[in-house]
Design a protein around this ligand. Sequence first.
Ligand code: 5GP
Length: 195
Amino acid sequence: MTGNGEAKGRLIVISGPSGVGKTTICHALRGRGRIVRSVSATTRVPRPGEVHGRDYFFLSREDFVARRERGGFLEWAEYAGNLYGTPKEFVKAETERGYCPLLEIEVQGVEQLRKLGWDGIYVFLAPPSLDDLRRRLEKRGAMAPEVIERRMKVAEQEMNRKDLYDHVVVNDVVERALAEVLAILDRELQGGRRD
Ligand code: 5GP
């Protein structure tokens, strides 16, 4: 179950505060070698341009809770008033066939995966500073000031949980941070090809 068998794939977990640039990094990792992106479920309303089944599975709270009760999520969290969860079957099936599911999740989810003992490469993407993070959230445009405040509060707590990770990468310049993440994956997945 923990993905420790020789032929099994490992989880690749990219975490860190909202707005730090996880999505950009994860986008660049997609399709490399045996990396397959896990699409999460959420009760959050879609942002402009987001597509059901590609960016998230957008569920009602009722459907999310029913799925959670059935044990459908590997981990889940309530984040800034919305529920988020990683579909369990996808991750199990992909690791079983030797692929590495890429999970872009927040810190409470990482805590659960660690407790469950899931083998993986756990990377925390950190902003150069909290001021920098605030500027990035403001630049997104679509967020109300109170939403930004809520996410900044959570971010401060998340920055104190770096102990959960194997690697901390500062996203100062995205190309540099991506190169660092790729080097980490190369080292950790030795033998696994990433074209
Ligand atoms: P957003 O609303 O900005 O898309 O996501 C909010 C936060 O939830 C981000 O930090 C994102 O990485 C995290 N998140 C997305 N999907 C999941 C998930 O399946 N599980 C957990 N624990 N966090 C998630």
